[in-house]
Structures are given as C-alpha cells and as structure tokens.
Design a protein around this ligand. Structure first.
Ligand code: NAP
Length: 255
C-alpha cells in the first residue's frame, strides 16, 4: 500500500494499555496511526516504538482530551492535515471511578460518562465526516463485560452498556456510507486500569491477577494484544458486512 492509499487510524487513550496495543497492531496492519491521549509526550513513546519496529511506518502523537469539543475538532483536523483523512477510529479512552452506589459522587458519575460516552460521541462525530466522504470507515468502540453489571461500577457499567447502544445506532446511520461500527467488550485485561483496581481493593497485583485467571475458562488474564487482534479484524476491508456487533473478548462466555 503506498502513502497515497494508506488508511489513517485514530486510537484514543493510546498512550498505554489496550490503546497502545491497538495502535501498534493497526500500524503493523499497514495503517498510518494517530496515537491520541491526554498527554502528547506520553503518546510519543508509543509512536517511537511503532517507528522503531518499522521505520516506514507513519505515526503521530496527538494530545487531546476527548471530552472537550474544541480539542477534538482541532485534533482530528490535525490528523487529517499531517497523516491524511481519518477513516478508522478506535474509541478506547477510558477511566474508572469505582464505588458502591451509596458512596458514589456525582463527579464520579459524570467523569465516567464524559470520557466514555461524550468522548466517543465527539470523536465519532468529527471522524465520520471524513469516513462518509471517503465512502469507507471503521469505528470500533471499547465496551466491557461490566456492561452486564458489576458490583461497585454503576457508572462504568452504565457507560459501557451505553457504548453498545451507541455502536448499534452508528451502524444503522452510517452503513450506507460504507462505514461499519462494532464494539469489543473485554473481560479482565492486564493493564494499569486493572492494577489500579487491585490497589483500590488492597490486593497485591500478582494475587489479584491469579485470582482473576482462576475464574476465566482459558485460564489466563487477557492482554492488550488479545483486544488488538479483534480490533484488527473489525477494521479490515473484508469485515465490511460485520456491523453493529459486540464481541466479548473475555476468555470465556461470561464476565
Ligand atoms: P488504561 O491503561 O487506564 O488506559 C486508558 C487511557 O485512556 C490512559 O492513557 C488515559 O490517560 C486515557 N484517557 C483517560 N481519559 C482521557 C481523556 N479524557 N481523553 C483522552 N484520553 C484519556 O486503560 P486500559 O485498561 O488500557 O483500557 C482501555 C479501554 O478498555 C477503556 O475504555 C476501558 O474501559 C476498556 N476496558 C478495559 C478492561 C481491562 O480489564 N483493562 C476491561 C474492559 C474494558 P491518563 O492515564 O492520562 O488518564
């Protein structure tokens, strides 16, 4: 694929964890990749790793808060100027503010809704303009097994269930423009997010991950690469008839 025809992907929350894994995988798949996160300097490490692996790869570090409409508009315009029109979008940025309902503050509710739902809405709205113009697009949204309900996560589970409804509506509205929208619902993936959960409940990380793995039918925790492989599938040309779907990537059928 030459530079003119190379597809451009934007991955949010890509400075680390699942987002970094997805960005690296889409670069390996031949896409130019915008590595977008709150801190542009933190994104540069992922960009450097991508270009170290393949000096021909094109990657760009972009600092942006996905909850801010002006920052999103500016970031997506910059990606278009510097890499090309973004026709692949992975809405991965996320936070947790876990607490039991009776202790959960309004700020914790709003922060989680804003990053996951408002962020995915703003990013999708900005990128769909390029996708519909190109007659091709791929949107992948990160949901979670927590969408099925999880103690201490009233805010997060509501946001992740919301991501599924959002995905299905994008699939219906954008399908006629060659744009698909799908969701990945990971189970337990070993990242800083799950390390933070272990710290919050006061369990040593190694014990926490072993206990999680014991509950998972395939007998291990997931990795960012497990999620990246599924994102890669959804973003392929040949996946154009797969839209509005949710794949649970959890090492088994249940959370
Ligand atoms: P992570 O390690 O915490 O990474 C999330 C990234 O998103 C961080 O770099 C974070 O930046 C960034 N971010 C937060 N708020 C943002 C904002 N407003 N604008 C731009 N970027 C922002 O999490 P992860 O485990 O890789 O999870 C990635 C996604 O998968 C999330 O949507 C998460 O909910 C979902 N997920 C994860 C798991 C799991 O087990 N790990 C399971 C199911 C679903 P800062 O560090 O600067 O805050």
């Amino acid at each position: 694929m030459n530079e003119q025809s190379q597809r451009v992907a934007v991955v949010t929350g890509a400075a680390r964890g699942i987002g970094a894994g997805v960005a690296a995988r889409l670069a390996r798949d031949g896409m130019a990749v915008a590595v977008l996160d709150l801190d542009e300097a933190a994104c540069q490490g992922v960009v450097d790793a991508i270009t170290a692996e393949n000096p021909q790869a094109r990657a760009l570090a972009v600092g942006c808060d996905v909850t801010d409409p002006d920052q999103v508009e500016a970031a997506v315009a910059r990606v278009s100027d510097e890499l090309g029109p973004p026709v692949v979008l992975v809405n991965n940025a996320g936070i947790i503010r876990d607490n039991m309902l009776f202790k959960m503050g309004v700020d914790d509710w709003d922060a989680v809704m804003n990053v996951h739902l408002r962020g995915a809405f703003l990013m999708s709205k900005a990128c769909q303009a390029y996708m519909t113009k190109a007659g091709f697009g791929r949107i992948v949204n990160l949901s979670s097994t927590s969408a099925l309900g999880n103690r201490g996560q009233a805010n997060y589970s509501a946001a992740k269930a919301g991501m599924q409804g959002f995905t299905k509506t994008l699939a219906i509205e954008l399908g006629k423009f060659g744009v698909t929208a799908n969701a990945i619902a990971p189970g337990f993936i070993e990242t800083e997010m799950t390390q933070a959960t272990a710290a919050r409940v006061g369990v040593a990380w190694d014990d926490f991950r072993k206990a999680a793995a014991a509950q998972i039918p395939v007998g291990r925790g997931g990795t960012p690469d497990d999620i990246a492989a599924t994102a890669s599938f959804f973003c392929r040309e040949e996946a154009g008839f797969v839209s509005g779907q949710v794949i649970y990537v959890a090492g088994g059928p249940r959370a």
